[in-house]
Design a protein around this ligand. Structure first.
Ligand code: AMP
Length: 362
């Protein structure tokens, strides 16, 4: 059965306010969560998978480490009890969702999460993301209804966590068949994937991933940073002159290998705020209590200076690692050193002060 808000309210009502510990899975974007918690004076607990402890111990990330064989073991009753006993609040990120699993986060994990555990499922399902974008009036790439309808350059995507492997670009039905065959030959796709292909217009633009924080305490959406992705092999491929690209016969892949910070033209910021505000507003109505805490909209900016959104993260996105020490945008709001992780800690601090912890966790 899905864990209710009342269940979590009950758990948090027993928490000792002075003992609250900020905890996350040691992976993905946890380093600035731990550092941010430290900066705001909280105790920190890292759930570490055995064999993956080096960065966390070397960066002295936590006051307490819980070692598990695999991250999903955080669900074990004994571990959950330990977390509740230390008054732990979990900061969710991509690895937490990927390794612990949506079903079990929703049904078996009785530890308060800062943010909305019920919206995590939405980011993973394309139809639901589309619904959010449509309700929020956010432009998304035009969807093409089947390989035989391809009449322009298209990006073909497949479900599942493949890190963009198997994605391809084509501009005709024949091109689609040819690329499918090629990907099947490489072992990246299977013939059954054909029916699962999601085809959308290729947006020839620049990547901007925008990192927002929605505070239920202030009811305000803050723009805290922006990043671009480094993707292999596409970012390497485009460094080869076009003539050589043709001869090399390499297929592009879109596997994220890192992120780098970016700032947008100042005249684009109005659009960026508009998208964040509208998404937070519709999410509150469609998946109460909405997009609490960090969220990210991944976009392409076209030469018409319009953002076209192709994905969201309904929790802290990996691109927040580009501003562990603050971004130009977080500087404008907070001065030096405001990472997304620290912003979470600040929210918890404010909620404790206002006696409103129940309003920020689910
Ligand atoms: P995704 O898995 O949706 O995050 O896409 C992986 C990468 O593919 C993105 O970071 C972009 O580089 C690229 N991409 C995704 N959708 C499109 C699109 N509609 N047009 C152009 N490039 C795209």
């Amino acid at each position: 059965m899905v864990i209710s808000k009342e269940d979590i309210n009950q758990v948090i009502s027993k928490y000792k306010k002075k003992k609250i510990t900020i905890c996350t899975i040691a992976s993905h974007s946890s380093l600035h969560v731990f550092r941010g918690a430290y900066d705001e004076g909280f105790r920190r607990c890292a759930v570490v998978a055995k064999g993956r402890e080096v960065p966390y111990q070397r960066f002295k990330s936590a006051d307490e480490y819980i070692f598990v064989d695999k991250f999903a073991d955080v669900l074990e009753e004994e571990t959950q009890k330990k977390l509740r006993d230390m008054s732990a609040i979990i900061v969710p990120h991509g690895s937490f969702v990927a390794y612990v699993g949506l079903d079990r986060i929703e049904s078996d994990f009785r530890v308060p999460i800062i943010g909305n555990r019920n919206i995590l499922r939405w980011e993973a399902e394309r139809e639901r993301v589309t619904k959010l974008f449509e309700a929020a009036n956010i432009r998304k790439p035009l969807k093409i209804n089947g390989p035989d309808k391809i009449d322009r350059p298209c990006m073909v995507k497949f479900p599942g966590a493949r890190g963009g492997r198997g994605y391809f670009v084509t501009d005709s039905p024949a091109g689609f068949d040819e690329k499918m065959k090629l990907m099947i030959g490489k072992g990246w796709l299977t013939p059954e994937d054909r029916a699962k292909a999601h085809i959308e217009e290729y947006v020839a633009g620049d990547i901007y991933c925008m990192h927002y924080f929605y505070s239920p305490l202030t009811k305000e959406v803050e723009l805290l940073g922006m990043d671009r992705r480094h993707e292999a092999n596409i970012d390497g491929l485009v460094r080869i002159p076009a003539k050589d690209q043709m001869e090399a016969g390499l297929q592009p892949t879109y596997v994220v290998t890192g992120n780098f910070p970016i700032v947008a033209r100042e005249s684009l910021l109005d659009q960026a705020f508009g998208m964040g505000d509208r998404l937070a507003e519709v999410a509150e109505k469609m998946v109460a209590p909405g997009l609490l805490g960090a969220f990210c909209i991944q976009t392409m900016c076209t030469d018409n200076l319009e953002f076209v959104a192709f994905e969201i993260s309904a929790r802290q996105d990996g691109g927040t690692n580009t501003f562990m020490n603050g971004s130009p945008y977080s500087y404008l709001l907070y001065g030096e050193g405001m990472s997304m992780g620290r912003r979470y800690a600040l929210e918890i601090k404010r909620a404790i002060k206002e006696d409103r912890l129940e309003d920020i966790v689910t």
